[in-house]
Design a protein around this ligand. Sequence first.
Ligand SMILES: Cc1cc2nc3c(=O)[nH]c(=O)nc-3n(C[C@H](O)[C@H](O)[C@H](O)COP(=O)(O)O)c2cc1C
Length: 167
Amino acid sequence: MIEPDKLLDFIKQRRSIRAFEKSEITEDDIEMILEAGRWAPSASNRQPWEFIVIKDKEILKEIASSAMYGNFVKRAPLAIAIVGKKSISPNWYIIDTSLVSMNMMLIAWALGIGTCWIGSMDRKKAKDILKLNEDDYLLTILPFGYIKGSIPKPSLRKSMAEIKKEI
Ligand SMILES: Cc1cc2nc3c(=O)[nH]c(=O)nc-3n(C[C@H](O)[C@H](O)[C@H](O)COP(=O)(O)O)c2cc1C
């Protein structure tokens, strides 16, 4: 077990990273990221997901052009598309795959690898690029790369008083 204080500090330290070193991510590190995703919890343990590892530079460029706020994806050496399978868990595929993405982001941070959730994208275009089925849900495409430059300052969080209610 990890010490709770250390885990909380770790969670607080994670930042979205949008600048990456050119160097390729090692296969061991890729496996770790995928493994962390694979162990995410899911409703009834249905695991309604697939992970597409994208290394092809042309595809990364095309994906970047489909993302409104994700042009930096083209500078990542790698991205992983997290695909939700509606047919496997129609009510939970979005929540389950979101949990996958958090696991992947946290393990990446532990590996010194930066990533950033890409939400604003033309999903139809991105799905076509990735040759996904009509029924597949493209949750996000996470770019991954060793962190370039300094780590951005933390973005503000709402205060506990603003969000905590007791009954
Ligand atoms: C659902 C979701 C969608 C997001 N979409 C984008 C995006 O399209 N482009 C981007 O640069 N960042 C995106 N982000 C990253 C957020 O801007 C970032 O998580 C937030 O500002 C907090 O910063 P932090 O991750 O460094 O703590 C997204 C995050 C989430 C959770």
